[in-house]
Design a protein around this ligand. Structure first.
Ligand SMILES: [Zn+2]
Length: 250
């Protein structure tokens, strides 16, 4: 388990210590970051307040690229300019200084970076994206830009944890169909009220490892959005706000 570095009081965004130490400008916002809306709006999801706040993280939101996220595994490959990159859930770029952004409120925002080849990918992954292997699409997207999967540094943002993520059909059948009973039994456990609790963190870590990622290079603070309503938005807890994870090649 890794921890996050808080920026601001109350924290407006977090950074991942290993990504920061290696020099990647990035941020995962909290509900205290001003000026973040949703990428489904016709207007920009960032106001000038967000531009100003995230500039402190070395991110130039005037150049940011993002997508209309659709819970799939399709990729907008090798982006060279900002704005809406289509209806996809994985973004990649080899362009230095151009931020990629993924919006979440319980789903996983996964950042993948190979410093040596200057390849960056971000993925929005909920249960549907997990089943469709969006995390592996992101590894492939980075690899297509010259990354080595084993060299990738990966970070999983604050998202809903196995403490709070109750699921039933069609999640159960889709997971067992996609990954088999053995994995399902490892990733899900019964809750005290007879429902099932799904561990999307472990599922995604294992699927990333299947794609060649070194588990020791995955930073996952295992910080649950539903457990920390003072810090995060949680769709499951009835919030309609969005958190955003943003990163740009140095
Ligand atoms: Zn929780």
């Amino acid at each position: 388990m890794t921890s996050l570095t808080a920026h601001g009081e109350p924290p407006r965004y977090f950074t991942f210590p290993a990504l920061a130490a290696a020099g990647l400008p990035h941020a995962s916002t909290t509900r205290h970051c001003p000026g973040v809306t949703s990428p489904s709006q016709p207007t920009s999801p960032f106001t000038s307040d967000a531009h100003e706040t995230l500039a402190a993280a070395g991110l130039d939101l005037a150049r940011v690229a993002y997508a209309r996220q659709v819970h799939g595994a399709d990729v907008a490959h090798g982006l060279t300019r900002g704005g809406v990159a289509g209806a996809v859930d994985v973004l990649s770029t080899a362009e230095r200084g151009m931020p990629l952004a993924v919006f979440t409120a319980d789903c996983l925002a996964i950042t993948l970076w190979d410093a040596e080849s200057a390849a960056l990918a971000l993925a929005h992954v909920g249960w549907r994206g997990t089943v469709k292997r969006a995390q592996q699409s992101a590894v492939a997207a980075a690899t297509a830009l010259g990354a080595s999967p084993a060299r990738l540094r990966v970070a999983i943002g604050p998202s809903i944890g196995p403490c709070c993520y109750e699921v039933d059909e069609p999640v159960v059948s889709d997971f067992t169909h996609a990954f088999g009973e053995t994995r399902w039994r490892r990733w899900a456990r019964p809750s005290s009220n007879g429902r099932l609790l799904l561990d999307l963190w472990t599922a995604n870590e294992e699927l990333l490892a299947d794609a060649g990622v070194d588990p020791a290079r995955i930073e996952n603070p295992r910080l649950c959005t539903a457990c920390h309503p003072a810090l995060f938005y949680s769709y499951r807890k009835g919030n309609r706000g969005r958190l955003v994870t943003v990163a740009a090649l140095p």
